[in-house]
Design a protein around this ligand. Structure first.
Ligand code: ADP
Ligand code: MG
Length: 260
């Protein structure tokens, strides 16, 4: 609850300054010769929830990986919470601390318990006392509804439970922004809802979120905006109702007809 109040307070402060949480201006990226992101312009306000969708290979993962500098862009500007992404390593560290990311594959440390997975970064990166880190971790494990799993190892949990741990682990670093890269696409169908429920809860708490997902129910329920990418470009973006009811571009229509 304390944590939620803190997030809400930060969101208000940022919104008051009218500083976007994320700003991408004329961004291009290449993998070698391959032009993977083309002229991306994207502004995400504090507290905004964005869903990114599009065909496989369209550059969705690359786009969000550029936001926390897991990938570098070569042209244009990316500014995250007022920090311009450049080669300055100190600033990259700052960004990594403020931006949490959840991947398709949960990337938990298999030889650490769930609790240890959650306290590792707060203790070693934020220099938080272990006891305090454990208390916070238990709060988040409770919030994602698996406090009783704290002393187990990742291999003893279902995929859905592991993904909820991954979300809790990210939240333990008190991120200002959360990025999700197809967090439910590796899960068995019966586990998708339990993960989406956690994401909906997070969205409703006021967290700034950019989610790559094809879960269109989630998009309708919480997204402020849906962004459609194809071949490295943002083709179309709109509020969910308009995006689904009234897609403008042929490629968007084709994509929606294939997934809905
Ligand atoms: P999406 O997440 O929409 O499926 P990606 O961002 O993963 O798309 O990939 C976009 C394109 O870039 C794909 O054609 C993919 O093969 C290519 N790609 C992704 N990562 C790399 C990389 N590290 N090196 C070279 N090409 C890559
Ligand atoms: Mg991807």
């Amino acid at each position: 609850a304390e944590e939620q109040a803190r997030i809400a307070e930060e969101v208000r402060a940022m919104a008051a300054k009218d500083q976007p949480a994320i700003e991408m201006i004329d961004v291009h990226k290449w993998y070698g010769e391959f032009h993977v992101l083309r002229d991306i312009n994207l502004r995400v306000k504090a507290g905004e929830r964005i869903v990114v969708c599009g065909p496989s290979g369209s550059g969705k993962s690359t786009l969000i990986r550029c936001i926390n500098r897991l990938e570098e862009h070569q042209r244009g500007r990316i500014i995250v919470d007022g920090i311009e992404l450049s080669d300055d390593l100190k600033r990259i560290d700052e960004i990594r601390r403020e931006v949490g990311m959840v991947f398709q594959h949960f990337n938990l440390f298999p030889h650490l318990t769930i609790l240890e997975n959650c306290t590792l970064a707060p203790v070693w990166v934020r220099k938080m006392p272990k006891r305090q880190a454990e208390e916070i971790a238990m709060e988040y494990l409770t919030r994602v509804k698996i406090p009783e799993q704290a002393h187990k190892y990742p291999g003893q949990l279902s995929g859905g439970q592991q993904q909820r741990v991954a979300i809790a682990r990210s939240l333990c670093m008190s991120p200002k922004i959360m990025l999700f890269d197809e967090p439910t696409s590796a899960l068995d169908p019966e586990m998708i809802k339990e993960v989406l429920d956690v994401m909906v809860d997070l969205a409703q708490s006021g967290m700034t979120m950019v989610c790559v997902t094809h879960e269109m129910g989630f998009a309708r329920q919480v997204a402020d905006r849906v962004i459609f990418m194809d071949a490295g470009q943002v083709i179309e973006q709109n509020v969910p109702a308009e995006f689904f009811e009234n897609p403008q571009h042929e490629r968007t229509k084709l994509f929606l007809s294939q997934i809905l």
